[in-house]
Design a protein around this ligand. Structure first.
Ligand SMILES: [Zn+2]
Length: 302
């Protein structure tokens, strides 16, 4: 079993410049690079004469102007969001104001901020009050004459995450569920490892093999990446379980054991990722914890 994933971090782009990625699809990269967003958020324009915008991206005037310029006077009929994380959704209102297009998304059932504000799953990153104009559920179809999208509910990175399959085109807009540049962050309470593994498995039974992700370049042979993600998660889980069996008894102490070379900026993201694995192990009765698995609470093998 391969333990380390190989990532494709090659990406040809210039901020604000629409780049064709497939017939009738252009990508514009927003200038919000970070360790969690890679080069920035990808906004896709779909269609030739009537457009949908998939993930309007962050609130950024230059990015909004770039979207409108790329549309070139063609009507934007829908603004579709993959999930209500700020790097994908904050620009939606301004785009709606400029175009009159409705905002479509899953719509969260719970709106209360539940995480620490400064962690990757906290209020800084999530729009807890995002309410789409049109709620999209698993299997719903969004269509114009030239294109047809089918929504695939794919919770894990976010509970409201949707991917969109483009009918007849072998393409899925995969949002942050599956990306080529890195593994997806699964950080509780926003993220759920059980949901994530289940959502990855859902992708494997679909025929589409090209994914256009929320960050980074397109994935070819995408199911292979999905299988590698699943193997990688299993390997990480085994590492976490092994550490607990060896007496490394808290999330905090597990992090440096399994991420020995991590960038300090990503330590809390790594701790949350370990927490996601621990929760999944507890849910399946493989690990016990006296209460919720906070970062310094003792964990024991079951
Ligand atoms: Zn994102």
């Amino acid at each position: 079993m391969t333990h380390e994933l190989t990532f494709n971090t090659a990406m040809q782009f210039a901020y604000g410049e629409p780049a064709p990625v497939s017939p009738g699809i252009v990508r514009i990269v927003a200038e919000n690079p970070s360790p969690l967003t890679f080069k920035g958020t990808n906004t896709y324009l779909l269609g030739m004469t009537e457009l949908a915008v998939i993930d309007p991206g962050p609130k950024n005037e230059a990015h909004l102007a770039a979207i409108l310029k790329a549309a070139g006077g063609r009507p934007i009929r829908q603004i579709i969001v993959t999930h209500a994380h700020r790097d994908h959704v904050d620009g939606a209102d301004a785009l709606k104001d400029a175009t009159g297009a409705p905002i479509l998304g899953y719509g969260r059932e719970t709106f209360a901020p539940v995480g620490p504000e400064t962690t990757p799953q906290g209020a800084e990153f999530i729009d807890y009050v995002f309410v789409p104009d049109v709620k999209i559920a698993d299997g719903d179809v969004i269509a114009e004459k030239e294109w047809r999208l089918e929504a695939i509910h794919t919770p894990g990175h976010a509970p409201d995450h949707l991917a969109f399959a483009l009918a007849g085109r072998n393409i899925i807009f995969s949002g942050d569920h599956v990306m080529a540049w890195n593994t997806t962050l699964v950080a509780p309470p926003e993220g759920s490892m059980a949901d994530y593994v289940e959502s990855l498995s859902r992708m494997l039974v679909r025929p589409e093999s090209v994914y256009l992700p929320g960050h980074g370049g397109r994935l070819e042979d995408a199911q292979r990446t999905v299988r590698a993600y699943l193997l990688h998660r299993r390997w990480r889980e085994e590492q976490v379980l092994e550490a607990i069996r060896e007496g490394v008894g808290t999330i905090q102490s597990i992090v440096p054991v399994i991420y020995p070379t991590i960038d300090r900026k990503l330590t809390s993201a790594a701790a949350l990722s370990v927490q996601a694995h621990v929760e999944h192990l507890i849910a399946r009765g493989l690990v016990t914890c006296d209460g919720d698995p906070t970062w310094d609470r003792q964990l024991s093998p079951a």
